[in-house]
Design a protein around this ligand. Structure first.
Ligand code: 13P
Length: 242
């Protein structure tokens, strides 16, 4: 299992429903782990499932974007955590807001998926975050706490799970919270919700070359979960220069 506590900062690329075999090849040619100067940092690529095995020939780590709530059986179209492990994945994004919105991933389903990841020694990146209305109404912290409490597995620890704070209104919108607000939410989760456990929390939502540095330099931020900018090779290489 990936020893996440060995790393200082983690960068996770979420390709979402994008890519092709030729793009994957170009990506592997251009994005190299040595691009990250400090070996204490970790880079993980989450392409769509058909491209994951292609990365075996590279030295890039891979992860899934989702997994099944089921272990095996008659569930057409599903991919289990065991299968992700078989393909060489180290991590799996779970509970992304796009899964919650378009595929009805409830807190209960997310809980089951998190359990499957932990059981199969895949580190889940458990996504949480408020929408714009909840933020305007001053309920961001409560929403995040509720999402955590409803889905966190019983036997989670700072070695077997990563969280990702992704405010819904920041995803793909070009908007990001103020730097102080990111810091405040991460501190809130670490100190008040999780009682100072050493759980790593990534930030995600409109991270780009022009804004990533201020975010990743925050001591409360353990890394970045990047969508759009992670599939623009030139842009992503700039982010990997930190
Ligand atoms: P963008 O970086 O495109 O805003 O997406 C963030 C995200 O959803 C990563 O999981």
């Amino acid at each position: 299992m990936l020893k996440i506590q060995d790393f200082n900062k983690l960068i996770v690329a979420n390709w979402k429903l994008n890519g092709s075999f030729s793009f994957t090849k170009e990506y592997m040619d251009q994005i190299r782990f040595k691009t990250i100067k400090n070996q204490k940092n970790c880079l993980i690529i989450c392409p769509p499932v058909p491209y994951i095995s292609e990365f075996k020939s590279s030295n890039l780590l891979t992860g899934g974007q989702d997994c099944s709530r089921y272990i095996n059986g008659a569930y057409t179209g599903e991919i289990s955590t065991k299968m992700l492990k078989d393909m060489g994945c180290q991590i799996c994004i779970v509970g992304h807001s796009e899964r919650r919105e378009f595929f009805n991933d409830s807190n209960e389903i997310i809980h089951e998926k998190l359990n499957n990841c932990i059981e199969d020694k895949i580190i889940p990146i458990f996504c949480i975050g408020e929408n714009l209305n909840q933020r305007k109404e001053g309920r961001a912290k409560q929403v995040i706490k509720d999402q955590l409490m409803a889905s966190l597995p019983k036997d989670y620890s700072d070695e077997n799970i990563i969280l990702a704070y992704e405010p819904l209104w920041a995803i793909g919108s070009g908007l990001i919270p103020k730097i102080d607000e990111i810091s405040e939410i991460h501190s809130y989760i670490k100190e008040e919700v999780l009682n100072n456990q050493n759980i790593k929390i990534l930030y995600g939502g409109s991270v780009k070359a022009e804004n990533y540095k201020k975010i990743i330099d925050l001591k409360e931020v353990d890394g970045l979960l990047i969508g759009g900018a992670s599939i623009q090779i030139a842009e992503f290489k700039k982010i990997l220069e930190f």
